[in-house]
Design a protein around this ligand. Structure first.
Ligand SMILES: [Zn+2]
Length: 134
């Protein structure tokens, strides 16, 4: 591609693809923690002040229109946190990929409208040059 801006956007996309390939195991979701009380009336969780049971960690997510929540064992927490972060990373990379793809599409549209790139060098008359980004 001759347009240096489009070429830069294509290089960004190639870099994004390489990063996506390198991603490890992932999962969507939000981790939260909660404290519970039990049914034993003499338990520490009924003391004043109460010492509730927990924390319990749970992961909630919605995928393909189904919402799920399940408990996460404390020893699994670091791994689950890594997987959730990897999922967020994937989403961010896909967003950047789409940004770059739209940028390429916009540049190609401008090139078709003005194959020699004349109007971008010499804006005529009343036409104002637009800012590159909105
Ligand atoms: Zn209790």
């Amino acid at each position: 591609m001759s347009d240096p801006s489009a070429a830069a956007a294509e290089r960004r996309i190639e870099a994004i693809k390489r990063q996506i390939v390198a991603l490890g195991q992932l999962r969507p979701g939000t981790l939260s923690q909660q404290y519970n009380v039990c049914g034993n009336p003499t338990c520490r969780c009924k003391a004043d002040p109460p010492k509730k049971h927990g924390p319990y960690y749970q992961l909630s997510y919605t995928w393909r229109r189904k919402s799920r929540t399940h408990f996460v064992r404390e020893q699994d927490l670091p791994q689950i946190q890594r997987e959730v972060a990897t999922y967020e990373r994937l989403r961010a990379l896909v967003g950047e990929w789409i940004d770059s793809a739209l940028e390429i599409a916009r540049l190609e549209r401008e090139k078709r409208r003005d194959p020699q790139g004349k109007s971008s060098r010499k804006p005529r008359g009343s036409r104002k040059t637009k800012p590159r980004r909105s």
